[in-house]
Design a binder for this molecule. Structure first.
Ligand code: B1M
Length: 236
């Protein structure tokens, strides 16, 4: 008689040691499993992991793997959207933890992904890290045109304007925004930081930004440094 296979092959995340759990989370992110990503995030936090370690080792690393297979034509837009959705489920849990300072804001940042571009995961992470560093962040979302940026600058009077672009076709739009600020004699009123995977220092310099930031941690350090430098100059 053939014995029926009664082995339950469902993976119990809570039973996995840390290294296997993070590897499983990379797989779950790849498969767009938002509930599992939320569960894994909570498990790692419950095991005493620092929120930024969960973010970098479990979520950002998982998204890096997704990006490679997207580039190579193994994954397509619908799958990547599911992965992005799963990533956001983890980020929603980490957000309040990363932003927890309780201190008075050290400055204000208006941030958005530029016109034509709908990538927002990196921009959202930058916003979270800035909040964690004590900034008030006004997030304009995706596909932000120059009028929306100018309107928000006028309304919120931030110290810093932050722009994100993930496509080589949308990154030149950052120059449109900066050139418009120059035309309207507003450039001196704001410090401008830019970021996104296809950018680099040379590009940031060429378009007249104050700084290009490689990642969210660099963005929050740079924003703090720029604010401190401006305040020191004003006090001198
Ligand atoms: Co898009 N996509 N995508 N995509 N997508 C890329 C960017 C791509 C590199 C994939 C690839 O080919 N390997 C490629 C761009 C190629 C190029 O331009 N050279 C690409 C393409 C081609 C496209 C479409 C054109 C695909 C299509 O339709 N055929 C399309 C474009 C849509 C549009 O915007 N108009 C498209 C669509 C999408 C989805 C909607 C499916 C989804 C976005 C979902 C979302 O964001 N809500 C998506 C995704 C998820 C990606 C990849 C896989 C991952 C991006 C991401 O979230 N990374 C991406 C491949 C990749 O980058 N590896 C890809 C994780 C995130 C934490 O990193 O965003 O780099 P990142 O942010 C970092 C830093 O860059 C920096 O800090 C962040 C955190 O450390 N940073 C800043 C970012 N902004 C900053 C701002 C700052 C400072 C630092 O100051 C203000």
């Amino acid at each position: 008689m053939v014995e029926e296979n009664t082995i339950d092959d469902e993976i119990i995340l809570a039973d996995l040691p840390d290294d296997e759990l993070t590897a499983q989370m990379h797989d779950d992110l790849y498969d767009g499993l938002a509930d599992e990503i939320a569960e894994g995030t909570n498990l790692l936090l419950g095991r005493g992991w620092d929120p930024s370690r969960v973010l970098n080792d479990a979520l950002v690393e998982g998204m890096r793997i997704v990006g490679i297979d997207f580039r190579d034509g193994i994954l397509f837009v619908p799958e990547v959207l599911l992965a992005a959705n799963a990533m956001k489920a983890g980020m929603a849990i980490l957000r309040p933890l990363l932003a927890e300072t309780g201190a008075k804001p050290i400055g204000k940042v208006v941030i958005g992904t530029v016109k034509g571009d709908i990538h927002d995961i990196g921009k959202n992470l930058v916003g979270m890290m800035l909040e964690g560093a004590g900034f008030e962040v006004i997030d304009l979302g995706i596909n932000t045109d120059v009028e929306q940026f100018l309107g928000a600058l006028d309304e919120h009077k931030p110290d810093i304007l932050g722009m994100s672009a993930l496509l080589t076709t949308t990154m030149p739009y950052m120059k449109v925004v900066i050139d418009t600020l120059i035309e309207k004699s507003l450039r001196g009123d704001y410090m401008v930081i830019v970021g996104g995977a296809p950018l680099n220092d040379e590009f940031g310099e060429a378009i007249g930004a104050d700084a290009y930031c490689r990642d969210a941690a660099v963005a929050s350090e740079t924003a703090s440094r720029l604010i401190a430098a401006r305040r020191a100059a004003a006090a001198a």
